[in-house]
Design a protein around this ligand. Sequence first.
Ligand SMILES: C[S@@+](CC[C@H](N)C(=O)[O-])C[C@H]1O[C@@H](n2cnc3c(N)ncnc32)[C@H](O)[C@@H]1O
Length: 242
Amino acid sequence: MTAAAIARVRSHEGTRPASERLFEDPYAALFDDTHVDVQQMFDLIPFFEQHVRLRTRFFDDAVRLAVTRGATHVVLVGAGFDMRARRMPELAPPMRVIEVDHGDQIAAKQQKLAAAGVAPAENVAFARADLLEEGALARGLRSAGLGAPVKALWICEGLLGYLSLPAIAALAATTAQFSLPGSQLVANHNVYSWSPAAIAEPFQAAGYTVSPPPRYVDLHRKWIGDADDSAGSDFAFLVADR
Ligand SMILES: C[S@@+](CC[C@H](N)C(=O)[O-])C[C@H]1O[C@@H](n2cnc3c(N)ncnc32)[C@H](O)[C@@H]1O
């Protein structure tokens, strides 16, 4: 349901007038299971659609900024059906992209892409890892070819709510270990799963500097239009720099 709902929002973006689109995702329709009634999800979580639109734009902008700052790697942690590696020209070679997820999720994505005739991208590597398992992220990153620390942007989009606090601490420590100075980690979370302070703590402990993140309501006002002060207040971002 979540995967279909996210894909539906991203796919629908392409039907908006060009001046209103926050991003382009021509691949999203491949992952939209039209048999799933995603309206339930939209009804259950107010602001869900705008939240997915705004977070997608926020992480896209983080990619653009990282590229201008000289990042060589973008790591999509909990990549799911994210097609940033394909749809963003900024992520074409020589940029390297690593997609981290459960092995079965990676296989499902590869099968869908192959069935649609989309050839594998030479600059995208896959790291199969269960982030709840100790040491799995480091092993996955090494198996995806990451030997030494790199200047990276780590994107944890829609991920943190699935992890335990120890797993988030391990994620912070491992990403810090593989990051050269100038790297950044960006994430989003629901404030009822993790408060901003609870999320910031393990990243600060791992050596990251956590900055005040943008608020959804401000992004809404910037990209979509005026909004009530409470708009998107359930959702938050994390911006952490090395
Ligand atoms: C809500 S989806 C978000 C996917 C993608 N980042 C996006 O925004 O389209 C969460 C992703 O995190 C992955 N994930 C959740 N728990 C995980 C874990 N313990 N280890 C590895 N990946 C996990 C899921 O398999 C799924 O692909």
